[in-house]
Design a binder for this molecule. Structure first.
Ligand code: SIN
Length: 525
């Protein structure tokens, strides 16, 4: 197979890149490899919309930039955020031109909603809270028409690194046979790692695969301690946890504790809301708090997806308070990239949740993630077409390539030890592993250890206990997803242990305040 650009993953970031390639240079041979079906990605689950300055007199890209920097708690890369807010509106309009339908008012203007951390209403939605599904639909249709190869149910095991360059991936095909897919450029767009935790809003596929591949190949990653927990996941055994979108709080829904009292400003950035909720859960010794959306008008009409999911479990959002608790939602860090999406390894690019472009810092602003995929995926394609062929000391990648960096000094690199540089062990039949009882038990042990010790609130001792569980987990090589979760869990715990402060989504009970000396990224690899 002769591929110019191999995209790994089929969420908004990867598919936006593939579509951009088809529009900009139809001669570029693009392959999309995904472990499930094309439409089956975390993007599909995204309720929250796309934050972009698309109207509204009181809004501006400077304000969007300021809100993003404030949410990121001192660790955003300002240049990357500038790219995000300036290029975002154009990308949303391109998506509309491609056929994505966003919610409009009776005059036909885009409806703008407010969410936590945003100082004005600037978030567009589709189908109330089914934005990701609508975006994915529009992109999947376009990619099916244009891509040179679509490899569904293939599993990328590891990067092929030869002569200091990424040359493709080792993979298992849909029948579990070992294959090599060679490409001039490889784009990691594999999404996040919510499956590290026993309580998450992420689908089963979110197992940190791209991040693990990068870590095994020794490619620099950063900010992985900043797992964002969404404050209002429905407290219910269903997994992934049904999400009660931030848009509900944007429209006036209230958080109440076990006594029915309000205890936090619902529109603070979500790291602060999740932390306040976790503290209240511990103080009151309860498993959930309440979201009171009973004051919202036309609930079913405005939020049909959410209404359906809560009614399915016997709750009426117009009369019942809804039980909620924080759930792992979004990894703010990832594989370090420059402003074009290039990683530290020539030939390897990254975009979307797997990447650390620097736009999220220590805590992603609500509804900036679909936008990030829509902006940075196409930037990779533009750089490839312009002949860029390696990383530059720009954006978050400055932290390893030199130049002026956050906090004034180059971030010290952490090491994951013998893992780095090793290729994943040979594995077969990945799709057949899901039913294996032993491996499922091991996955559950890992997830519970992460939830217990590396959740919203952590400490040196809780992290040490989690690290000890990870060390004695046993052989995980029979299931490549579990092996990937193990690598990423170790990286997260390593960085969370080293970050002896509280900042953004990283709350340390033993170091409750931010420390200026740690206002820089922690890089692994
Ligand atoms: C939500 O609607 O609350 C989720 C949006 C997001 O994660 O940005």
């Amino acid at each position: 197979m002769d591929i110019d650009l191999l995209v790994l993953g089929s969420g908004v970031a990867g598919l936006s890149a593939a579509v951009r390639a088809a529009v900009a240079e139809p001669g570029l041979r693009v392959g999309v490899l995904t472990k499930a079906e094309l439409a089956q990605s975390a993007t599909r689950w995204a309720q929250g919309g796309v934050a972009a300055v698309l109207g509204g007199d009181e809004d501006s890209t400077d304000l969007h930039l300021a809100d993003t920097l404030a949410a990121g708690a001192g660790l955003c890369d300002v240049d990357a955020v500038r790219v995000l807010v300036d290029e975002g509106p154009g990308r949303v309009n391109e998506l509309i031109a491609l056929g994505a339908v966003f919610d409009r008012d009776h005059k036909g203007a885009l409806q703008l909603a407010r969410e936590g951390g945003h100082s004005v209403a600037r978030v567009v939605h589709a189908g109330g809270a089914a934005t990701g599904a609508e975006i994915e639909r529009a992109l999947v249709d376009a990619v099916r028409e244009t891509a040179a190869a679509v490899l569904e149910r293939w599993f990328a095991l590891d990067l092929l690194v030869e002569g200091g360059r990424c040359r493709g991936v080792a993979a298992l095909d849909e029948h579990g046979r070992h294959r090599e897919v060679r490409a001039t450029h490889v784009l990691l767009a594999t999404g996040g790692a919510g499956q590290l935790y026993s309580v998450t809003t992420n689908p089963l596929e979110a197992t940190g695969d791209g991040l693990a591949m990068a870590l095994r190949a020794g490619v620099a990653v950063a900010d992985v301690e900043f797992m964002q927990f969404h404050p209002t996941a429905l407290h219910h055994p269903a997994m992934p946890r049904p999400l009660l979108s931030e848009a509900l709080r944007g429209h006036g829904a209230l958080l109440r504790d076990a006594d029915g009292e309000r205890f936090v400003d619902e529109l603070r950035p979500r790291d602060q809301v999740s932390r306040a909720m976790t503290e209240r859960l511990l103080e009151q010794g309860v498993e959930h708090l309440w979201l009171d959306a009973t004051g919202l008008e036309r609930f079913d009409e405005r939020f049909p997806t959410i209404a359906a999911s809560v009614r399915k479990v016997g709750l009426d959002p117009t009369t019942d308070w809804l039980p909620v608790a924080p759930a792992a939602h979004y990894l703010s860090g990832g594989v370090l990239t420059d402003l074009h999406g290039a990683t530290a390894l020539p030939g390897l690019w990254a975009c979307g949740e797997v990447a650390c472009t620097g736009v999220h810092g220590a805590n992603r602003l609500a509804s900036n993630s679909l936008l990030e995929g829509m902006v940075f995926g196409p930037r990779v394609v533009e750089a490839v077409l312009a002949g860029v062929d390696g990383p530059s000391a720009t954006g978050a990648l400055r932290d390893v390539l030199g130049g002026e960096v956050l906090g004034g000094t180059a971030a010290p690199a952490l090491s994951l030890g013998p893992l780095v540089g090793e290729m994943a062990p040979a594995r077969t039949g990945w799709a057949d592993q899901s039913g294996s009882g032993e491996l499922e038990k091991t996955r559950s042990v890992l997830q519970h250890a992460m939830t217990e010790g590396a959740g919203v609130l952590r400490s040196a001792s809780s992290l040490a206990e989690t690290a000890a569980v990870l060390d004695r987990l046993g052989d995980v090589s029979g299931d490549p997803e579990l092996a990937n979760l193990h690598v990423v869990a170790r990286a997260l715990v390593l960085a969370a242990t080293a970050r002896q402060e509280s900042r953004g989504c990283h709350g340390r009970t033993d170091f409750p305040e931010p420390r200026p000396a740690l206002a820089h990224r922690l890089v692994i690899g």
